[in-house]
Design a protein around this ligand. Structure first.
Ligand code: PGU
Length: 403
C-alpha cells in the first residue's frame, strides 16, 4: 500500500471536541440515568430567527423556479459580498477582496495552502485548536515535543492571567504566519485598539502575516473594542480576516462564512496573496450553498441584524449566569462579557481531571483548557451556547459542587 502522510502521523490523539464527545458517551453508558448538560463545544442551540429563516426558505424556493435557479457560484453571490463589505467594513473592501466560504474553520484550513510546509507559525496560547492542528497537517509544524511544550515548529505566545491574556509580541519570529483570535476562543479576552495597533505594527516590522479570526465579533458589546483587524491602520498590508455566520446567525449547521484578503497584501517576493487565494478557492472549493447565501443576505439587512443582536444577547445572558455562579464559588474567571466563553482558573490542577470531576459531580460537560495548548493547563472553558433551561439547570448543579 502507499505510505501514510507523515504530517498526519505527527498529529497527536484525536481532535479535541470529538474526544470530549467520546468521554460524554462513555460517561452516559456508565450512568444511563444521568441527564448530561453540555457547556462544552461551542455549538449553537437556538432556532434561527424568523426573518433570517425566511431568507433561507426563500433561497430554497427560488431554486425550484426557472428564473430563480442558480448553480455554481464560485466566488459567492455579489450581493452578499457587497453587503458584507457595507455592514462589517464600511464599504472599504471591493467585492473581489471578499470570498464567501462554508465557514471560518474551512477557510482557516484552506488558507494554510497559501504558505505551505516551510512556514513559521505563531499562535496565542491557548488557542482554537485548528490553527495548530492545521499547521501540523500541512507540515508547517512537526511532532509533539516530549516536554509537553507543544508541537515543534510552533511559536506559542502565552496568554495568561499575568499578561491579561494578551501575548508578548516581541516573541513573534520574522516572516511568520500569526494566528490571532479576538474575541478569543477560549479565553474570552477581547483585544483593545491599542493592542491590535501593536500587533499590526509588529507584523509589519517582522514581515509577518496575521490571520485574524473574528468569528465572535458580533458578541462585542463594548463600543471601544475593535470588531475587525481592518479597523487598524496598516492591516491591509499584513492581514487577512476570517469570519462566519455560525455564532451570530446560528448557522453552525447551515455553513456560511467569509474571508477578506486585501488587494494590497503581497508575499515577500511581491506576488498578490489575493490572486493566489482566488486560485486556491477556485481549485479546491466550489462555493458555499446558494441557500445559505440567501440566508446570509437576509441576515445582513436591518431586520436580520436586529435578530443577530438579539441571538447574541441571549447567549451573552447565558454567559452572565455561568460567570456569576463561578464567581460565587470563588473561582477566578474571565470572558463572558463580550464573548460566549468563560475561562475559569483551577490553579495547579490538571484540567482533564477537573473536567472529569465536574462531569462526575454535576453531569455538566465543559472543555479542559489543556486541549487548547500548553498555557491552557489549569483552566476550564465554559461555553454559553445552550437552551436557557439547560444552562440554568447546569448553573444550579454547579452551585452545589466544590471542585
Ligand atoms: N473560529 C473560531 C475561533 C471558533 O471558535 C470556531 C468554532 C470556528 C472558527 C468555526 O467557525 P465555522 O464558521 O462554524 O467553521 N469553535 C467551536 C466549535 C468547535 C470546532 O471544532 O469548530 C468551539 O467550541 O471552539
Amino acid at each position: 500500500m502507499i505510505p501514510r502522510n507523515q504530517c498526519i502521523a505527527n498529529i497527536k490523539a484525536g481532535y479535541l471536541f470529538p474526544e470530549i464527545a467520546k468521554r460524554r458517551r462513555e460517561y452516559q453508558a456508565a450512568h444511563p440515568d444521568a441527564k448530561i448538560i453540555s457547556l462544552g463545544v461551542g455549538n449553537t442551540t437556538e432556532p434561527i430567527l424568523p426573518h433570517i429563516n425566511a431568507g433561507l426558505v426563500e433561497g430554497a424556493r427560488r431554486l425550484g423556479t426557472v428564473d430563480g435557479y442558480s448553480g455554481y457560484q464560485d466566488e459567492g453571490s455579489l450581493e452578499l459580498r457587497e453587503k458584507i463589505s457595507a455592514v462589517f467594513y464600511r464599504g472599504k473592501f471591493k467585492a473581489n477582496e471578499i470570498f464567501i466560504s462554508d465557514g471560518a474553520k474551512c477557510d482557516i484550513g484552506r488558507l494554510q495552502l497559501l504558505f505551505g510546509a516551510g512556514t513559521a507559525v505563531a499562535v496565542q496560547d491557548p488557542s482554537y485548536p485548528v490553527y495548530v492542528d492545521g499547521s501540523v497537517l500541512i507540515g508547517a509544524a512537526g511532532g509533539v515535543a516530549p516536554d509537553g511544550s507543544g508541537y515543534n515548529g510552533i511559536t506559542y505566545l502565552p496568554c495568561t492571567m499575568e499578561n491579561n491574556f494578551f501575548p508578548d509580541l516581541s516573541r513573534i519570529p520574522s516572516q511568520c504566519l500569526v494566528y490571532f483570535c479576538s474575541p478569543n476562543n477560549p479565553t474570552g479576552a477581547v483585544a483593545s485598539k491599542e493592542q491590535l495597533n501593536a500587533l499590526v505594527k509588529t507584523a509589519l516590522e517582522k514581515d509577518s502575516l496575521i490571520v485574524f479570526d473574528a468569528a465572535y465579533s458580533e458578541y462585542i458589546r463594548d463600543p471601544s473594542l475593535p470588531k475587525s483587524i481592518f479597523e487598524i491602520e496598516g492591516a491591509r498590508q499584513c492581514a487577512v480576516e476570517v469570519n462566519s455566520f455560525s455564532k451570530s446567525a446560528g448557522f453552525t449547521g447551515v455553513r456560511l462564512g467569509w474571508s477578506v484578503v486585501p488587494l494590497e497584501l503581497k508575499y515577500a517576493t511581491g506576488e498578490s496573496v489575493n490572486a493566489d487565494w482566488s486560485r486556491v478557492c477556485a481549485t479546491i472549493f466550489n462555493g458555499a450553498s446558494n441557500i445559505a447565501q440567501a440566508g446570509g443576505i437576509a441576515a445582513l439587512d436591518s431586520e436580520g441584524m436586529k435578530e443577530i443582536s438579539s441571538l447574541t444577547s441571549f447567549y451573552l445572558g447565558n454567559a452572565k449566569r455561568i460567570r456569576d455562579v463561578l464567581q460565587k464559588l470563588g473561582i477566578q474567571c474571565v470572558g463572558g462579557d463580550n464573548s460566549p466563553y468563560i475561562w475559569a482558573h483551577f490553579p495547579g490542577r490538571d484540567s482533564w481531571e477537573v473536567f472529569s470531576e465536574i462531569l462526575d459531580k454535576s453531569q455538566v460537560i465543559t472543555t479542559p483548557g489543556a486541549g487548547f495548548g500548553p498555557a491552557g493547563a489549569g483552566f476550564i472553558r465554559f461555553s454559553a451556547f445552550g437552551n436557557r433551561d439547560a444552562v440554568e439547570e447546569a448553573c444550579q448543579r454547579l452551585c452545589c459542587i466544590i471542585v
